[in-house]
Design a protein around this ligand. Sequence first.
Ligand SMILES: CC(C)(COP(=O)(O)OP(=O)(O)OC[C@H]1O[C@@H](n2cnc3c(N)ncnc32)[C@H](O)[C@@H]1OP(=O)(O)O)[C@@H](O)C(=O)NCCC(=O)NCCS
Length: 173
Amino acid sequence: MTSIALAALEKGDMMETAIIIRRAKKGDLEKIVENWKGLYEHHNKFEDIAYKRKANSTNLYRRYLKKQMSTSKAAIFVATKGQYMVGHIMVRLNMLPPIFVYNKEGYVDEIFVRQGFRGKGVGTRLLGFAKKWAQKKRLDWFGLTCHVKNKKALRVYRNFGLRGFQFKLVRKL
Ligand SMILES: CC(C)(COP(=O)(O)OP(=O)(O)OC[C@H]1O[C@@H](n2cnc3c(N)ncnc32)[C@H](O)[C@@H]1OP(=O)(O)O)[C@@H](O)C(=O)NCCC(=O)NCCS
């Protein structure tokens, strides 16, 4: 997609086409990679060192994405408008320590909606697909982590019915 086409789309052109959410296919790979870049640009506003990426991070991510697309222990859903990808979510099985009765978590690794499409319910719909996947897999939890400064995302998650559970504390060594 050209940047002009995307800018027009984000300004609201072609709004008559519905936004469809479906399981990601092989052909979506590069568009998801573009979303991932947007996700990191967004996070670098909150932190630089913690989110500092390796020079070959795009290739490493591409490899990870392919793996997650081909395992039954993860799922990627994309939100598309015609041929354009407006967002995606990646959810995967995260095993908690075996001592717990409820130790299988459906963990959202990443969720991203392109700027011009935010606030239209796409993120909430993506969360709904990911949660349903976790329920079908009979997992015990549905969760994610979020940067403390990402207030907008935190509000979306709370509205979706998620609650704050743990607080992660770190310092760089
Ligand atoms: C966080 C993110 C995924 C949320 O996606 P989104 O599509 O904007 O989320 P929603 O539209 O479902 O919800 C956002 C708001 O729109 C409202 N909304 C929902 N449906 C709506 C509709 N049909 N029309 C207008 N507003 C709507 C929601 O109530 C919510 O309102 P609030 O801001 O008052 O809480 C998106 O903002 C994003 O990609 N951010 C950048 C990357 C990021 O931070 N990722 C998360 C990392 S943890």
